[in-house]
Write a protein that binds this ligand. Structure first.
Ligand code: PLP
Length: 212
């Protein structure tokens, strides 16, 4: 069942769009089953769960830390995490830089941009991002490599609004330059995100069913 659902999503994705299968809350066995389908990009939003699963599954999996990340949790994933999606502050960048340096890595990250109407979602305001970059935000952190942007649209049935938010993020991605990963789209809105130019979708419940 899992393999069929993954294959069905993969078959709809244009070339150059990566699926991250979001395995959060599901057991290690589900992750193993996913990997056995050839799906090697897995996403988690809790560090402890990510570390436990990574230990169990071995080195083939590309682990994506997709949710809000606290600075005191960076150290645990720094030796191996493939991509940190939701970098939302300079403080977090500084901590990732420090921990990556300690383990001799350059850590790939995405900068999270706040594109939704809801107040509670994290990230840089779209209009604050370019000034921060111009101010040397990334140059200060040689052990961090920003690969692109990540965003979450408003949780709404209004597809036009969601599309507009994703298109806005795509424009920012294009103008801020030199980037190649744009992480946007979840179970409810990944088709809209892909249409708007996403290069990486993060899908959980459409593959594994609703989380309890
Ligand atoms: C849980 C989660 C997802 C996947 O959500 P689904 O709606 O189950 O596809 C994607 N991105 C982030 C940041 C998440 O926390």
């Amino acid at each position: 069942m899992i393999c069929e659902r993954i294959a069905s999503i993969q078959s709809e994705l244009p070339d150059g769009v990566t699926l991250v299968a979001v395995t959060k809350t599901h057991p290690v066995a589900t992750c193993s089953e996913t990997v056995a389908c050839g799906q090697l990009d897995l996403g988690e939003n809790r560090v402890q769960e990510l570390v436990e699963k990574a230990t169990a599954l071995g080195p083939d999996v590309r682990w994506h830390q997709i949710g809000h990340l606290q600075t005191n949790k960076v150290k645990a994933i720094a030796p191996f995490v493939h991509l940190i999606h939701a970098v939302d502050s300079e403080r977090l960048l500084a901590e990732i830089n420090k921990q990556a340096e300690k383990v001799g890595r350059v850590q790939d990250v995405l900068l999270q941009v706040h594109i939704a109407q809801e107040e509670h979602k994290f990230g840089w305001q779209p209009e604050a991002l370019q000034p921060a970059l111009d101010g040397g935000l990334l140059e200060r952190f040689p052990h961090v490599r920003a690969r692109g942007l990540m965003g979450m649209a408003t949780f709404t049935d209004d597809a036009a609004q969601v599309a507009e938010e994703f298109r806005g993020l795509r424009r920012l991605f294009e103008t801020s330059g030199g980037w190649n990963v744009l992480s946007m789209g979840m179970s409810g809105d990944w088709r809209i995100a892909v249409e708007a130019g996403s290069t990486m979708i993060r899908v959980g419940s459409s593959i594994y069913g609703a989380r309890s």
